[in-house]
Every structure is written in structure tokens, then in C-alpha cells.
Design a protein around this ligand. Structure first.
Ligand code: DC
Length: 243
């Protein structure tokens, strides 16, 4: 069965891009404007990396981690407020600070190179699809997880802009860091992420948006225009509420 048949007519918007391109804020605001579910797939990799750092399991040649994947990932909840502050809860444990840290980000990027884990994550990610629609953000949403998505977006941004955004985000989440360290860590994470073959770069049919000098409101407006042209939404939404 193709992924489109499995979609059962529920629209899917995929938003891929490197860290600091605005994926998380844009995804959360669009999901809230449209009343759709949001899937933040990077969190899954971060949570698994966190469990690995806590030595809850080890990954050797794709060791079975399905108990963590099936029982725990589906219970993670994530909220993003209009200022871009992310709150992640696992049960009643608040993991926002730890999961947003660069230590976990780096471990997540390494773990993401494990193909067996990526495959085990497919079902959990596809299981997030629910009516009336899904906005899914990550790195491989358009190419691998939802290849028949209704609209695929790839966000890009200049490196300095991405570093500054990541620095602001880390500080908002209570991580005390220096901008030079963020730049260094981001460069090595980018290099590893880009080497892995799962990125949705300039594939055919992907709408690429350079967010370097755009407000969140204008990025959303561009996406709403595309959804309107595809007749997924009736009206062009005004985006001032979260700007
Ligand atoms: O988007 P993020 O920074 O939260 O993601 C953390 C890491 O997880 C990132 O370095 C790459 C990896 N990742 C991935 O491989 N595939 C995804 N769909 C999402 C994230």
C-alpha cells in the first residue's frame, strides 16, 4: 500500500531543514493556526540519545530498543509557546532543559546515523498522522517518512543567523553558553547531519524558503499561499497573531 493510500486523505505538511532555520517555531504556529497535530521528530532522536547517555540501553549494531520506542516516545508531549520556548514532558517529568542541551543534540546527531533506529522510528512517526492534518518537522520528513506529503517545505538560513537563533534558544531553555561555542558545536553537527543521506534537500516538488531575513509571519504566509493554491485551506490566513 502506498503511503498516500495510508494517508486516507489527511493533509500532511512536511518542514525539513538544519537546526536554527526556524522549523520548530513555524511548525508549532502553523499547527496551532490550522488545528493540526505537530510532530517534532528531532525530539525522538534527542530522547533516545538522552536514554542512551543515561545508560538505559546501548546501541550496538541496531540493538533492540523497541521497548523505549514503543512505550515512551508516544507519551512524550511537547509545547512551544509563541516566544519559541519549548516544553517537553515525559509523564510528569520536565525534560525541556536536558533535551535542548548541545550534549544531547550531539549525541542525537550521532545516533541518527544508525539506520536500524531510523527504521524502527518510522512507525511511531507515521502513527502521528491524525485528522484534520499533520505538520511534521525534521530532516527526512519529506523524503523518507512522508514521501507522499501534500506539501514539502525545506527551510534554509545563513549560518550566522542559525547560530544566533540556536544561541537564543539555548539561553531561553536555561543553558548558559557562549556564542563561539555554539558556532563550533553547530558546525560539527551540521557536517555530520549533512553527511547522512536522509536530508530532504532540493528534491523536485520541494518548496525551499530561505528564512534568514524573513519574519516567522512571512514564512507562514508563504506556506499558507502554497496550501491555498493546493486547495488544502480555503482562505489565506492572516499571520499577525503570533508575529
Ligand atoms: O532538529 P534537532 O536539532 O532537534 O535534531 C537533533 C538531531 O536529530 C539532529 O542533529 C539530526 C537528528 N534528526 C534526524 O536525523 N532526523 C530527524 N527527522 C530529526 C532529527
Amino acid at each position: 500500500m502506498s503511503q498516500q493510500q495510508e494517508n486516507k486523505g489527511v493533509p500532511i505538511l512536511t518542514i525539513d531543514g538544519l537546526s536554527g532555520t526556524g522549523k520548530t517555531s513555524i511548525t508549532s504556529q502553523i499547527a496551532s493556526d490550522l488545528g493540526w497535530r505537530a510532530l517534532y521528530s528531532g525530539l525522538f532522536y534527542r530522547y533516545l540519545a538522552h536514554c542512551q547517555l543515561k545508560q538505559r540501553y546501548s546501541v550496538h549494531n541496531g540493538v533492540e530498543i523497541s521497548h523505549v520506542i514503543q512505550l515512551e516516545l508516544t507519551n512524550l508531549t511537547c509545547r512551544v509557546n509563541p516566544a519559541g520556548e519549548v516544553t517537553v514532558l515525559a509523564g510528569n517529568q520536565n525534560l525541556s532543559h536536558i533535551l535542548s542541551s548541545e550534549t544531547v543534540g550531539r549525541a542525537a546527531s550521532i545516533l541518527a546515523g544508525n539506520q536500524a533506529i531510523r527504521e524502527q522510528l518510522l512507525n511511531v512517526q507515521r502513527g502521528a498522522l491524525i485528522s484534520p492534518g499533520l505538520v511534521a518537522e525534521g530532516r527526512d520528513m519529506g523524503r523518507v517518512v512522508f514521501p507522499d506529503a501534500t506539501l514539502k517545505i525545506f527551510l534554509s538560513a545563513d549560518e550566522e543567523v542559525r547560530v544566533q537563533r540556536r544561541y537564543n534558544q539555548l539561553n531561553r531553555c536555561g543553558n548558559d553558553v557562549k556564542i563561539a561555542d555554539v558556532a563550533m558545536m553547530q558546525a560539527s553537527r551540521d557536517e555530520r547531519d549533512l553527511q547522512q543521506a536522509y536530508q530532504t534537500l532540493d528534491e523536485d516538488g520541494v518548496l525551499t524558503i530561505d528564512t534568514s531575513r524573513m519574519s516567522i509571519a512571512s514564512v507562514k504566509q508563504t506556506i499558507y499561499q502554497a496550501l491555498h493554491q493546493l486547495k488544502v485551506i480555503d482562505n489565506l490566513l492572516t499571520t499577525d497573531a503570533h508575529a
